[in-house]
Design a protein. Structure first.
Length: 238
């Protein structure tokens, strides 16, 4: 197997899911005692969150680019950036690397395309929902039409992510709010919903949602596994 780098910690709650799902995927494919060859750089999210709030995306990009270079130098052959929002600075990270950055929006877009979805709702942080770095990649690469919540709903969705989900708090009231938004987005014409924050899937797991859910974490992990296992043999019985 190849060695995959994970640039995580944003938040560590979702990064833990990446680690678990990647190892489960390798075990299912390879069998026996096989596990995923991974290198993990987990940043202190508090500093990144402050740079987000202040709008200093250049500094945030440089910080993550340096961490990604460290993963490359340590032997990673590709990198997963285990967060949706910080793909805003993906071009800065890519410019610092000689190895692929496996882009989360490409993983989600391909999954939607394969499912025949052309009009998808997008839930995430206010940065992911309001800015164009994510939506335009889906539009350009996959001809996807994006449906967004209204501004007041975006504010509450964002608050829940930072005040609750990133801190490991998953409440019934917040789950209900997300489900209500999904119902409104379905009524607005969405055919499916992108969980465009890597913590939202933790909140909505096992829920009966009014729309098919495309969890960015799961599809990003699937992209990572495809790269990781490209040269690996089939499952063994050992």
């Amino acid at each position: 197997m190849r060695t995959l780098g994970i640039l995580g910690g944003m938040s560590w709650e979702s990064t833990a899911s990446y680690y678990r799902l990647l190892n489960q995927g390798v075990r299912e494919r390879m069998g026996g005692l096989h596990s995923a060859p991974l290198l993990l750089h987990s940043v202190d999210f508090a500093g990144i969150a402050e740079l987000q709030k202040s709008g200093d995306w250049q500094a945030a990009g440089e910080l993550l680019a340096a961490a990604a270079r460290g993963l490359q130098q340590a032997g990673a052959g590709a990198v997963l950036l285990a967060t949706n929002t910080m793909h805003k600075v993906a071009p800065v990270i890519e410019a610092a690397l000689d190895i692929p950055l496996l882009h989360i929006a490409d993983a989600v877009g391909q999954a939607l395309h394969n499912a025949g979805i052309r009009r998808a709702a997008l839930l995430g942080t206010r940065f992911t929902m309001q800015e164009d770095f994510y939506r335009e990649r889906l539009s350009r690469g996959f001809a996807m039409q994006i449906v967004l919540p209204d501004r007041s709903a975006m504010t509450e969705l964002d608050r829940i992510i930072f005040a609750e989900l990133c801190r490991g708090s998953f409440t019934t009231s917040s789950r209900d709010f997300y489900l209500q938004q999904l119902e409104q987005l379905r009524a607005a014409g969405a055919e499916a919903a992108i969980l465009g924050c890597t913590e939202i899937g933790l909140l909505l797991q096992d829920c009966a949602a009014p729309l098919p859910l495309f969890d960015s974490t799961g599809w990003h992990v699937a992209m990572g596994l495809e790269w990781l296992l490209a040269d690996a043999p089939l499952r063994t019985n050992s």
